[in-house]
Design a protein around this ligand. Structure first.
Ligand SMILES: C[S@@+](CC[C@H](N)C(=O)[O-])C[C@H]1O[C@@H](n2cnc3c(N)ncnc32)[C@H](O)[C@@H]1O
Length: 285
């Protein structure tokens, strides 16, 4: 199942592990908590003693982040890419397991909290994956996810057309393409100029002042270059993450709300971010 997904992410995690100096797990974990509408202290009190699942955990950096904050509870990370799990380090009460989050080896109603961050859009049938995850959640339990949102019209057209080619590429070919996208993003970033753009609703363009890179990136082409860290390695991993996975569904806000509600969840926090939505929801009785 999902062999291409396993190869893509196995390669990504083997070659681009999230390592402390480049992308501190602590800062990233706290961002994740905050984008789900908690403040960090409130979350740390809430999570204590809970049974938690990090669904699609990659190397398990968030699994271990959760385990450090929840030493009295039980924390599991599951990922379909065996290489990622093998490369991952188990910390404290965090356990990493190879498996499919659409077919989990746990009894129903096992978890108090399931986090499915940046994963569900990579599964073949996200709506079904979500319903399956909800069966593993206790009544009253909490679910969080980050899911890709639909981009402006021309960017969607470009992504759909380009991804038809790049998902068929070998890992090496797609890495080369991703490096080219990073270089292009870097050149645009180095222009260091801004432009004033009018509202163009037909093309989903919100007017305002943009740097040239941001304008191109948001509306026309995924040519990511991390403008905060200026780190080429992370930028290329991010481009690869976009162009190679076989499934990368994108949704409107309405689609996401409907998907979550149809799965038997009640939305408690909904946050629109640049490339996706972060949702926190509760399993209704
Ligand atoms: C973009 S990464 C996100 C990893 C992690 N949640 C994070 O936020 O850093 C997506 C992960 O989902 C995993 N994945 C995709 N489909 C899966 C499935 N059906 N079951 C389990 N893991 C899956 C991939 O192997 C990959 O490690």
């Amino acid at each position: 199942m999902q062999e291409q997904t396993q190869d893509t992410f196995g390669f990504k995690w083997e070659n681009f592990p999230i390592v402390g100096d480049e992308r501190p797990a602590l800062a990233k974990g706290n961002d994740r908590i905050e984008r789900n509408g908690w403040n960090v202290e409130e979350f740390e009190d809430w999570v204590l003693g809970k049974r938690v699942l990090d669904a699609g955990c990659g190397m398990g950096w968030y699994t271990n982040f959760l385990s450090e904050r929840n030493p009295e509870g039980e924390v599991y990370g599951v990922d379909i890419a065996e290489k990622a799990i093998r490369k991952g380090l188990e910390i404290g009460n965090g356990h990493l397991i190879v498996g499919d989050i659409a077919d989990l080896p746990f009894p129903d109603e096992t978890f108090d909290y399931i986090a499915c961050e940046e994963v569900i859009h990579h599964t073949p049938k996200p709506e079904e994956t979500l319903k399956h995850l909800v069966t593993k959640l206790k009544t009253g339990g909490t679910y969080t996810m980050y899911i890709y949102k639909k981009k402006p019209l021309l960017r969607e057209m470009a992504d759909t057309t380009i991804r038809k080619q790049t998902t068929e590429m070998s890992i090496e070919e797609c890495m080369e393409f991703s490096q080219q996208m990073t270089k292009l993003g870097k050149s645009l970033h180095e222009l260091d100029e801004t432009i004033e753009v009018p509202d163009v609703p037909t093309l989903d363009i919100d007017g305002g002042e943009y740097s040239i890179h941001e304008f191109v990136y948001r509306h026309f082409l995924k040519c990511y270059f991390d403008w905060e860290t200026e780190n080429e390695k992370i930028s290329t991993a991010t481009n690869f993450d976009w162009y190679h996975p076989e499934y990368a569904y994108r949704y409107t806000e309405e689609d996401v709300r409907e998907m979550v509600t149809n799965a038997g969840l009640t939305i408690e926090n909904f946050n629109e971010l640049m490339s996706g939505y972060s949702v926190r929801a509760k399993k209704s009785s």
